[in-house]
Design a protein around this ligand. Structure first.
Ligand code: CA
Length: 223
């Protein structure tokens, strides 16, 4: 697996690079946005993206990477404000790590998002789940369809839909969704979850296929 480290602080990048290599990963380093976009290719399996870069806004770069690739992106930021995280998630980031971070935690998060990006398709599970309002969820192709139209979801948004689709008609608690989608028990992701569900609903138009279950979480309204 090749990890692209996008970080302008040479000291931070070197330490991280050394740690990842010791952990058995191939790495590449970019000190700015232009370099990052030049190095990004089909062999890049994860991107570690520092939000504070000299030539381009980190959020903007995140969006540009996402426009070109479905590669998992872990954003590294000194900015702990919730608003930055939400902007990052909307721009297509898969996870966040706040500076200063523990390198082992960072590695665990990279591995988690990479695992999710390559789901083992060995479990016997339904391929297509039908929800109300002509909505279908293709769990293998990772597509949300309304009629014949493919709704453009971010990887995280689809992860949420997929968890609900695996339990049609069942109220899935928010903390379980956070655990399955963000791989954390931290309740701080509740707001992000709500923002993502809002985005999914907006994209699906008037179809009310995700119902809020007050005090619990969300439920997929099935066929
Ligand atoms: Ca920086």
């Amino acid at each position: 697996m090749r990890i692209l480290i996008v970080e302008d602080d040479d000291r931070v990048a070197s330490a991280l690079d050394a740690f990842l290599q010791r952990s058995g990963y191939a790495t590449q380093r970019a000190a700015d946005g232009a370099e990052a976009l030049a190095l990004l290719d089909a062999q890049t399996e994860a991107v570690l993206l520092d939000l504070g870069l000299p030539d381009v806004g980190g959020i903007d770069l995140c969006r540009r990477i996402r426009a070109r690739s479905e590669v998992p992106i872990v954003v590294v930021t000194a900015r702990s404000q919730v608003i930055e995280r939400i902007r990052g998630l909307r721009a297509g980031a898969d996870d966040f790590v706040i500076k200063p971070y523990d390198v082992h935690e960072l590695l665990a998060r990279i591995e988690a998002v990479t695992r999710r990006a390559r789901p083992a398709q060995v479990e016997a599970e339904p391929v297509v789940v039908t929800a109300t309002g002509d909505v279908r969820i293709d769990l293998v192709a990772r597509r949300l369809l309304v009629g014949d139209e493919i709704i453009d979801l971010t990887p995280k948004e689809f992860d949420i839909v997929a968890v609900l689709a695996r339990h049609p008609g069942v109220a899935v608690p928010k903390d379980r969704l956070i655990r399955e989608v963000w791989n954390t028990d931290w309740r701080g992701f509740t707001h992000s979850l709500e923002v993502h569900v809002g985005a999914i609903r907006r994209k699906a138009g008037e179809r009310r296929f995700i119902k809020t279950v007050r005090g619990v979480g969300y439920r997929l309204v099935s066929g």
